[in-house]
Write a new protein. Structure first.
Length: 367
């Protein structure tokens, strides 16, 4: 089947902001008018076919064309000692973000003699982006350029995963490999400086095996082990950086069904985050009005987590309630860091820990 979708989302933000002195007396007043418009054209399609020999083939695709426009107008006033507003300046901004995306995916599944069922899937995604930002200040009827940036960047992701599922007595084994290739080619300029070009490439490979077994009629155990190897290559105006990472990611989950409606889960696992290649190069965050100067030395964040959960499912598929306690031991935690004396970027800030207590309720309404 195929479908077409068009959506437009106009949005108007009116913000009044007071800027205070250190003694908390008023210093400035700002009124922001920010009109946003988002337009999206999305075409999707999918097709599936089962051959007579049991082979199943499925394909799906997506094409989208997106536009995001900001029209900003901010009136800025000084506040005198009597609380009177004195017109100071006007800040105007035009922001245009254009994005085109193409994606093709599919999977092929079939039996392999007595070994089990083999499923291979792939995803190919390509995105073209064009971002322009212009901000001016008007004071005493004189217009001056406050900030401008141009960013033209192409992103790509290709994933191939193949897994075999074998049933041996009361045991189920899933084992296979996965390869992912990510690319970013970006040209950018701030405040009319010459265009700079940066290329970031990541190749990631995984080998995995998962074992599931029903120990008793109430207790089940699932254990998994994944080995990951990744390589990141960067090239910015002839300056190159090449790094490799290796992670071993175990996972063990024990489930106990106290009753058909009550279940306890004990989980321990180690994960490694997937890096956003855009964090390696400079960019401007429009919503937060921040510049990310990029960090070529960014590393993945790894987490060892342990959790205990209790879930009760309501009768007649009425929903569920879950209580979960978790502890996370984090290495190379990713957050914003200081670059030099004034600039900021996303980076690794060291080790950390996190404790969570979650209560989730899912229910079905009668209408």
């Amino acid at each position: 089947g195929a479908s077409y979708q068009y959506e437009t989302r106009p949005r108007l933000n009116l913000v009044d902001e007071e800027v205070l002195n250190p003694d908390r007396t008023p210093r400035e007043f700002r009124h922001l008018y920010n009109a946003q418009t988002r337009r999206n054209h999305i075409i999707t399609g999918n097709v599936g076919y089962e051959f007579q020999n049991g082979v199943i083939l499925q394909l799906n695709g997506l094409i989208s064309d997106n536009e995001q426009v900001y029209d900003r107008h901010e009136d800025q006033f000084l506040v005198n000692s009597d609380g009177v507003l004195i017109a100071n300046a006007i800040e105007i901004g035009d922001i245009n973000n254009l994005n085109q995306e193409f994606e093709l995916g599919g999977d092929l599944e079939f039996e392999v003699s007595n070994l089990g069922r083999l499923k291979t899937l792939f995803v190919v995604n390509r995105r073209e982006n064009d971002d322009d930002i212009v901000q001016d200040t008007i004071a005493n009827n004189i217009t001056s350029r406050l900030f401008s940036s141009i960013a033209d960047y192409d992103e790509g992701e290709t994933i191939v995963r193949s897994a075999m599922t074998s049933v041996i007595g009361g045991h189920t084994l899933e084992y296979g490999v996965e390869a992912a290739f990510n690319t970013l080619n970006k040209s950018f300029s701030f405040n009319h400086y010459p265009l700079a070009n940066a290329v970031v490439e990541e190749d990631r490979y995984e080998v995995f095996v998962t074992h599931s077994v029903l120990l008793t009629d109430k207790v089940s155990l699932q254990s998994a082990l994944t080995g990951e190897h990744s390589k990141i290559f960067q090239n910015r105006e002839g300056q190159t950086n090449d790094r490799s990472f290796r992670y071993l990611k175990p996972r063990v989950e024990l489930r106990y069904d106290l009753t058909p409606s009550d279940q306890f889960r004990l989980l321990g696992e180690r994960t490694a985050s997937q890096l956003n290649l855009n964090e390696f190069v400079a960019s401007r965050n429009v919503d937060d009005e921040l510049i990310n100067f990029g960090n070529p030395n960014l590393e993945p964040e790894s987490i060892s987590s342990y959790s205990l959960s209790y879930e009760r499912r309501f009768a007649n598929d009425g929903g569920s309630i879950e209580l979960k306690a978790a502890y996370e031991d984090i290495s190379d935690h990713i957050d914003r860091i200081l670059i030099g004396s004034d600039d900021a970027a996303v980076g690794n800030i060291g080790d950390a820990w996190r404790k969570n207590l979650e209560l989730n309720l899912n229910t079905r309404f009668g209408f």
